[in-house]
Write a protein that binds this ligand. Structure first.
Ligand SMILES: [Zn+2]
Length: 168
């Protein structure tokens, strides 16, 4: 439950629902990638994902750093502390999960808007390029389709790149 001090700034638009972690969380020091995930199951909210990861997986708690509900609400998971979402890359990446199974349906517009907002916030803070936004399936040796076949990673990166240029 206790946490070490972290120098990264949490986005003030993420809701803290007070998730309780079973172990001390370690601050993220170096964010090189923003890793995009889906929950693989429709209707799973942040609290359910937290309970599932903590009780079934026996992790400290929710593995994702941030969680985006179907209605677009951005929920703080581990925040700027090391998560559990991409094997071997947890210490250098921030995991953003969207609720849903995007092998069978599509993310909502509100979810995509929130994902973009969150990515832009960390790109600015950590000096990242849109090429550093990576779908889980794009990491080495990953066989799953995460964040789902219907989640167009190139389209998402292009959209973010255009927004970034407009706002510069
Ligand atoms: Zn994933």
């Amino acid at each position: 439950m206790t946490k070490e001090w972290n120098t990264l700034i949490e986005p003030n638009f993420a809701q803290d629902i007070g998730l309780d972690f079973a172990e001390t969380l370690v601050p993220l020091k170096d964010i090189q990638y923003l890793a995009i995930h889906h929950t693989e199951s429709q209707g799973m909210d942040a609290l359910e994902a937290h309970r599932f990861h903590r009780e079934a997986r026996k992790w400290a708690g929710i593995g994702y750093n941030y969680f985006i509900e179907e209605d677009g609400a951005i929920i703080k998971g581990r925040g700027c502390y090391v998560g559990a979402h991409v094997y071997r890359y947890n210490r250098v990446s921030l995991g953003i999960a969207l609720s849903g199974d995007f092998d069978s349906h599509y993310p909502t517009e509100a979810q995509m808007e929130s994902a973009r907002k969150l990515c832009l916030f960390f790109m600015k803070q950590c000096n990242l390029q849109s090429s550093q936004i990576i779908g889980h399936r794009e990491f080495p040796d990953v066989s799953k389709s995460c964040p789902g076949r219907n989640f167009d990673m190139d389209g998402f990166r292009n959209w973010i790149e255009q927004t970034r240029l407009v706002n510069r």
